[in-house]
Design a binder for this molecule. Structure first.
Ligand code: SAM
Length: 210
């Protein structure tokens, strides 16, 4: 997005809670990868969707240091639950520390193992909202599992569907971009779903199970 539009959008969007602000700073200091997090605008969009959909049970695939997990938890009702999947212990430890600092952290259960193992343990038709934001080659498998665990009417929020604009190159040479392009085609051709792609940040796919 053009820098001037990005700044305007940022200025006209609600800010972050103090805990999330601190988390962004520590994430940058400790990992140098705060750009991996969805950021304020995409996070605020996600909070809107979680709230208007009346989501009570959510699943996140890819916790990193916990930014999007805390965003989701802030938007859940007091009895809501987010199961978040992370395979890296260093990132998970930062996330858990920040969950403990927030009054919304008690709504989060972090599963430290490959996401697919956690997903396989979740019952059919039991989840309202799934956020996919981990290893790109597994997006297709995560979609299959998400559609299984969602209630009819439930929503999937998928991040990075432009993969740093590398999916627009012909031919696509980057391995993650190839995986994302295949995933986008899979969604486009899928039966039993409604979908809309948004050119927000690195591309978002919103998918609703009919
Ligand atoms: C882009 S980051 C997630 C960012 C996070 N959603 C946010 O907005 O703050 C992707 C994360 O997925 C994790 N990851 C990658 N492969 C995974 C797997 N197979 N199972 C669980 N987590 C995985 C990585 O360790 C990384 O922390």
């Amino acid at each position: 997005m053009h820098k001037i539009i990005e700044q305007y959008v940022d200025t006209h969007t609600d800010g972050l809670s103090p805990v999330l602000q601190k988390l962004v700073e520590e994430t940058e200091k400790k990992t140098g990868r705060s750009r991996w997090s969805i950021g304020k605008v995409e996070g605020r969009l996600m909070q809107f969707l979680v709230k208007v959909s009346g989501t009570r049970n959510a699943v996140e695939i890819g916790t990193f240091t916990g930014f999007s997990a805390l965003m989701i938890a802030e938007a859940l009702p007091a009895d809501g639950l987010l199961v978040t999947c992370e395979s890296n212990q260093t990132y998970a430890e930062i996330a858990l520390r920040y969950f403990a600092k927030s009054p919304h952290g008690r709504k989060i259960r972090l599963e430290l193992k490959p996401a697919i193992e956690t997903l396989k343990g979740i019952s059919d038709n039991s989840i309202d909202f799934v956020f996919i934001d981990a290893d790109k080659p597994s997006y297709g498998s995560y979609l299959d599992e998400a559609l299984r665990v969602l209630y009819p009417g439930g929503m999937i929020f998928v991040d990075n569907v432009f993969w740093r604009n590398k999916i627009f190159k012909h031919p696509i040479t980057n391995e993650n971009a190839k995986a994302i392009a295949a995933f986008n085609k899979k969604v486009k051709d899928a039966d039993g779903v409604e979908k809309v792609m948004l050119s927000v940040r690195d591309g978002i796919y919103l998918i609703r199970k009919k």
